[in-house]
Design a protein around this ligand. Structure first.
Ligand SMILES: Cc1cc2nc3c(=O)[nH]c(=O)nc-3n(C[C@H](O)[C@H](O)[C@H](O)COP(=O)(O)OP(=O)(O)OC[C@H]3O[C@@H](n4cnc5c(N)ncnc54)[C@H](O)[C@@H]3O)c2cc1C
Length: 419
């Protein structure tokens, strides 16, 4: 049997988890192309929730171990806290359980996790400094890179992130969903040494004995903290909406001055106000990230080309699920492509991938958008919603990944029979 030649564009979490999942199939000839000069993650920490932990386990024991080897800290639970009103400082809702042996979420340093996922990939299958420019042909396909080189393959998988070139190929340049949109919310994060963060926030909130993720809802702003890197670091995040909706910017970053931060958090419980001052107000201004997401795509696939991860469904981070969805995509794509025996069957695999993954991932993007509106005060949260706020995560984290994968495989086999 001739190998099926697969090219992955982009070496972020989506591309790395996918190649990790695909290299075990000897009949697949997989290569990954990354535009940067090295395979590395620029971001700070990421929460890998239970659904993604399950997907990692189903991909392979080594994928699941990547998380531990990268020093991930499993959270004992998540607490959703009030930061305003009569109940300021109290728990509004919390989830404190272990299901199927898996914690709700584990916090890991992005660069360490990516390195672990890629550690066993043969170097001759990894190509850095290869920026995809365009794609020719409809099977086989020729990839053209900006350095003038080309690569021929049967299947192209765009894991090239929110600015995806491959998404525009799949949807067409003129499709309004081809480009992302700014939500108008901005976010600022810092990684701090454990001792410093503990001294600021207090031993009750920052402790390895009872490591939890805390999300604090204010009237006009949000704050979150959790622990990573075997307990050496604490991630501290603040976020808010731009005041004027009408002036939503097309920028990816914006300068946030200390005065603005202080004003946003001035009425917060004193220990949080103190932590914001100590951890984020040491310099006059910061560059905050605007939070963007994708409008729903009408398809993730066009012939032999498909998209995964942020290229397919960039989401705002309010439900911490973009990376998790990428890992789920990798499990499903690899389960399908691993069963395809010829390029024609791989095309069917991509169709099934689109059919099953689009509804789930787009529901998550929409849910995250609505969650963000509540957490930053754009939409009021009534007391009942507040008390059950974390149930918004249930459909994301409590999916039975094994069942999801098996249903996808059944669908694929039925489609092959029809053909
Ligand atoms: C502030 C913030 C917090 C988040 N927190 C969480 C969280 O807690 N949990 C969670 O699950 N998710 C979280 N996410 C989402 C998560 O970070 C993303 O969903 C995930 O990193 C997407 O990975 P990716 O590989 O699809 O994209 P990327 O990480 O963007 O990788 C794309 C790669 O493609 C390369 N590339 C781009 N164009 C080309 C080209 N033309 N040719 C070749 N290579 C190219 C890029 O250099 C890059 O390496 C968060 C996101 C943000 C913004």
């Amino acid at each position: 049997m001739n190998p099926i030649r697969i090219a992955i564009i982009g070496g972020g979490l989506a591309g790395a988890s996918l190649i990790h999942a695909l290299v075990k199939f000897p009949h697949l000839d997989v290569h990954i192309f990354e535009s940067a000069s090295v395979f590395k993650e620029a971001g700070m920490a990421i929460g890998i929730a239970r659904n993604a932990q399950s997907a990692l386990e189903l991909i392979s024991p080594s994928a699941a171990q990547s998380l531990q080897r990268a020093g991930a800290v499993p959270m004992r639970g998540v607490r959703f806290m009030m930061a305003y009103g009569d109940t300021a400082g109290t728990v509004a809702d919390e989830v404190d359980d272990v299901v199927q042996g898996k914690r709700l979420t584990s916090i890991v340093h992005r660069a360490d996790f990516l390195q672990e996922l890629l550690s066993d990939i043969p170097r001759e299958q990894m190509h850095a400094s290869k920026k995809l420019l365009k794609v020719d042909g409809n099977g086989p396909v020729t990839l053209h890179f900006t350095d003038g080189t080309t690569h021929e393959c049967d299947i192209v998988i765009g894991a090239d992130g929110i600015h995806s070139v491959v998404r525009r190929l799949v949807l067409g340049e003129k499709d309004p969903a081809a480009s992302p949109q700014n939500s108008g919310a901005w976010l600022l994060m810092t990684l701090q040494p454990f001792d410093k963060a503990q001294a600021s926030l207090g031993k009750e909130l920052v402790t390895m004995e009872d490591a939890r993720e805390y999300g604090w809802a204010g009237k006009h702003a949000f704050l979150m903290h959790n622990i990573l890197s075997n307990g050496e670091l604490v991630q501290f995040v603040i976020a808010a909406n731009d005041k004027e909706e009408s002036t939503i910017s097309d920028q990816w970053q914006r300068v946030v001055g200390v005065d603005e931060i202080m004003e946003l958090y001035q009425d917060w419980p004193s220990h949080l106000n103190k932590a914001v001052n100590e951890l984020l107000c040491g310099q006059p201004e910061h560059k905050a990230l605007y939070l963007w997401d994708h409008p729903n795509a009408s398809s993730y696939v066009s012939g032999p080309i498909c998209i995964t991860g942020d290229a397919a469904h960039s989401t705002t981070p309010w439900q911490g699920s973009g990376g998790g969805m990428s890992i789920e995509d990798s499990l499903i794509l690899s389960s399908l492509l691993g069963r395809a025996k010829a390029p024609s069957e791989a095309l069917t695999a991509l169709q099934v991938y689109d059919q099953v993954r689009r509804p789930r991932t787009q529901r998550i993007v929409e849910s995250s958008r609505a969650t963000g509106a509540m957490l930053t005060g754009k939409k009021e949260i009534d007391p009942e919603t507040m008390r059950t706020f974390l149930s918004r995560w249930d459909f994301i984290v409590d999916i039975d990944m094994e069942k999801h994968r098996d249903e996808v495989i059944r669908l694929f086999e039925a489609k092959l029979k029809e053909e």
